[in-house]
Design a protein around this ligand. Structure first.
Ligand code: ZN
Length: 303
């Protein structure tokens, strides 16, 4: 999944025109998963609700900045994560974080580095807010295509083992020997898979010549940013729903389970939690009303 689909484009257009019902549908569609995401990080339910509300306000007030490179869901998650990081900073608190965040901190482990500090600085470049030149946009686009076709290949003719390895390599930037501990493959084979993938990706983007001078480390950072922005391997929400109902076949079930519980993809975890919680409709109604109240004034009515 990457970029904005046609249905989302249309919804966005209606919202830009100030269509209140479209906005209401939009808030209803996304608030649950955002709330689940925020609640993992914040112990206080009230804090989580505040930040989700702020996220929708920021979204609707800054609609012009939505560049359409990520899905709307990813865009909202990005805004929310910034808000969570800011809250952490102002509170000077630390707490246990998700596996994926821990993996990220390993990469920058130069002694006592703060995971949230790191996330913040990493996102300063990865962020959808960042102003980037046309050339690097092209490169990212090309990388997203290359990685996307890699992932599609593993899914079409299912090879979930390699897909899991590739996720750990590029989505999490885990070292070969750490991957070997998680997946039952020796680290030399992992090195081979990694080498093959990087070669394939580099070949695909060869026409964007500004890669020629980039070292491997920089290249891998870029791959991770592109992977996360495009959510390249994330299962669809409907697939996560089927996982919850246990109607997936065994291969897919195990893969989704890996993606959510071993890899710890925080976006998909949030979706799963949201799907689980959908039964408590009353609660949802209250939050919906609250968000609508605070955001509707930002919609631009045509004059
Ligand atoms: Zn995911």
């Amino acid at each position: 999944m990457s970029g904005i689909g046609e249905a989302e484009q249309y919804l966005l257009k209606q919202i830009r025109r100030g269509d209140e019902q479209a906005w209401e549908r939009f808030v209803k569609r996304y608030r649950g998963r955002l709330l689940s995401f925020a609640q993992v990080k914040l112990r206080q339910r009230a804090d989580a609700e505040d930040l989700v509300q702020d996220t929708f306000v920021a979204f609707v007030a800054g609609l012009v900045n939505c560049r359409g490179e990520s899905s709307l869901e990813t865009y909202l998650f990005t805004i929310l994560r910034h808000k969570i990081i800011n809250l952490y900073r102002s509170a000077h608190t630390r707490r246990t974080c998700l596996i994926q965040d821990v993996y990220k901190s390993l990469r920058t482990d130069d002694g006592g580095s703060d995971v949230y500090e790191y996330l913040a600085s990493d996102e300063a470049t990865a962020s959808v807010y960042a102003r980037r030149d046309e050339r690097s946009d092209l490169l990212r686009q090309s990388l997203a295509e290359a990685l996307g076709s890699l992932v599609d290949g593993y899914k079409k003719d299912p090879n979930f083992r390699d897909l899991e390895i590739v996720e750990l390599l590029f989505y999490c930037q885990l070292a070969n020997r750490d991957i070997a501990k998680i997946i039952d493959v020796n680290d030399k084979n992992i090195a081979v898979i990694k080498h093959r993938c990087i070669k394939q990706v580099r070949k695909h983007v060869a026409r964007c010549s500004d890669l020629s001078g980039s070292d491997d480390e920089h290249f891998e950072d870029l791959l991770t940013q592109v992977w996360e922005a495009g959510r390249l391997s994330c299962p669809k929400r409907s697939t996560i729903g089927a996982y919850l109902l246990e109607t997936l076949d065994e291969g897919w079930y195990d893969y989704v389970d890996f993606h959510i519980n071993t890899l710890g993809c925080q976006f998909c975890r949030a979706n799963l939690d949201d799907l689980k919680r959908q039964t408590t409709e009353d609660e949802s109604q209250r939050i919906q009303a609250r968000i609508m109240e605070s955001t509707v004034g930002f919609l631009h009515k045509p004059r």
